[in-house]
Design a protein around this ligand. Structure first.
Ligand SMILES: Nc1ncnc2c1ncn2[C@@H]1O[C@H](COP(=O)(O)OP(=O)(O)O)[C@@H](O)[C@H]1O
Ligand SMILES: [Mg+2]
Length: 292
């Protein structure tokens, strides 16, 4: 083969591999994690699930969107200096505010930038959207940690995301509040499917029984498909990890809660996304919802 033919062959090969990379690049899954009642384990699930997913080869970003008790950073022992407020103000870019967590996680501190979302000028909103669209190529999965309950902000995140994970404990008040939440989801036809995690259970049987009853009632009265993602056992190591400001998945690789979250991660990747409109779709819906 002449030198020139060889060069052409190599160029063609390079172009082919570029095309494969582009083809492999999927639209990121945008998943909101919420609960009816507070303190049921949202942040612990988000942080540890993110690590488990990242160990399964996914690039994961977390948006801390709990306006009241933002604490993804505390749970990871991180001290973010800036947050989305700085992006909104135009003094920082998304890259400047992203904090790196364990296992390559990217954490986007929401902070007062999110509290202010409803009051942004159109220029500020544009800035935010322009910046966050950069995430489209940075992450395969965006997990959003929200506050609990039915506030407008929480519901906006729930509606804007493509998928919803609801977490509850077996406590009757937590279950009632979780049901109240998905009732709103069903009424406004926000999602056709909700994924359920049951936290702080004594064992698998308890979780399955609860999830089956919950799914049955939701199907019958709300025509909503509730998929059981899995349970997390009540585990003292979770409490211990929180105190040490480290994820239990990293600190206690063999504890029950770690195995449980790894199962949940596997299950989540098995379930095809309900919709997938990517980060840009998520943002345009979010800003619209917060606007009016
Ligand atoms: N599986 C578990 N086993 C034991 N304690 C847990 C478990 N999950 C959560 N907790 C306790 O509940 C507290 C609240 O969890 P957190 O994830 O901050 O809830 P939320 O984000 O919903 O407010 C944790 O600090 C921990 O003490
Ligand atoms: Mg929390």
């Amino acid at each position: 083969m002449s030198d020139q033919a060889e060069r052409f062959r190599q160029l063609a090969l390079a172009a082919d591999s570029r095309r494969t990379i582009i083809k492999q690049h999927r639209i990121p899954r945008v998943i909101t994690v919420t609960s009816g009642k507070g303190g049921v384990g949202k942040t612990n699930l988000v942080v540890n699930l993110a690590i488990a997913l990242s160990r399964l080869g996914k690039r994961v970003a977390i948006m801390d969107a709990d306006l009241g008790l933002a604490n993804v950073d505390i749970m990871l022992g991180l001290l973010p200096l800036h947050n989305l407020y700085d992006v909104v103000q135009g003094t920082k870019s998304l890259e400047d505010i992203i904090v790196s967590g364990p296992d390559g996680l990217k954490i986007i501190p929401g902070g007062s930038g999110l509290t202010e979302l409803a009051n942004l000028s159109s220029l500020q909103r544009e800035r935010l959207v322009d910046n966050l669209i950069g995430l489209e190529n940075m992450a395969d999965i965006l997990l959003i940690d929200t506050g609990a309950g039915l506030s407008r902000a929480v519901l906006s995140f729930v509606s804007a995301a493509d998928e919803l994970i609801v977490i509850t404990t077996p406590e009757p008040t937590a279950i009632t509040d979780a049901y109240g939440l998905i009732k709103v989801v069903a009424k406004h036809k926000i999602h056709q499917q909700v994924k359920l995690v049951v936290n702080q259970v004594s064992g698998h049987r308890e979780a399955v029984n609860l999830a089956e009853r919950f799914a049955e009632v939701s199907q019958k009265f709300l025509q909503l498909d509730v998929r059981f993602l899995g349970e997390i056992c009540s585990d003292q190591q979770v409490v211990s990890a929180v105190k040490q400001q480290q994820p239990f998945l990293t600190l206690f690789p063999r504890t029950r809660a770690t195995q449980d979250v790894q199962n949940i991660a596997g299950k989540l990747l098995e379930i095809a996304p309900e919709k997938s409109r990517g980060i840009s779709g998520f943002l345009s819906r979010l800003t619209k919802l917060l606007e009016n």
